[in-house]
Unconditional design. Sequence first.
Length: 218
Amino acid sequence: MTDTMRSADGALSEEALAEIRALPARFPEIRSAVMPALDLAQEELGYLTPAAMAQVAGVLDIDPGYVEGVATFYTLFHLQPVGRHHFYVCTNLSCALRGAYQICSHLLAQTGVSRFGEVSQDGLFSVEEVECLGACEYAPMLRYQHAYHYDLTPAKIDALVQAARREGAQPAAVAPPPSGTAPVPMVGPSEQGTPAPPQVAPPRRRRSAATRQEKTDG
């Protein structure tokens, strides 16, 4: 996302609109394309403007009220400007018990953000307090640049902020999600050499005694 991508009226570029027009073919239900469309809009503009949401509704031929409802329901969508580097910090129970608020205080101090939901004076940073991000066993954790960062310490926060300052106003490029999937947070390592969480297979369904008996009789 760069300043050249931000239009004066908050409207999406033709390139972004072309990507949104291609979304419905990936989903069996048109409403399933709303979230990835809004994600594309936010990726370009930094937040969801009224003009952008109206464009999404028009391109997908969906009630504007439904699009606005999706945008206001999910905390990962922003209706106001945020910093070029936005941190989502979990403070739910598991993270809170393992020092999330101390991590938050350190992150706010290092980024120059005065409180949750505000933007630093240089426009580079913003920090948002969010509910559970589904990685409780790796608490405390946060989401930044479409990746999860685990087992946070002040030193890890310092490294993240320093890397962001080196990038300046241009966030690091993020690989797009696989074709046919919605843009969702990609779980990644917290630092070089740290493994991502293990993939856990779903439990096998247990057959009842009656079912096993029927199979034996048959």
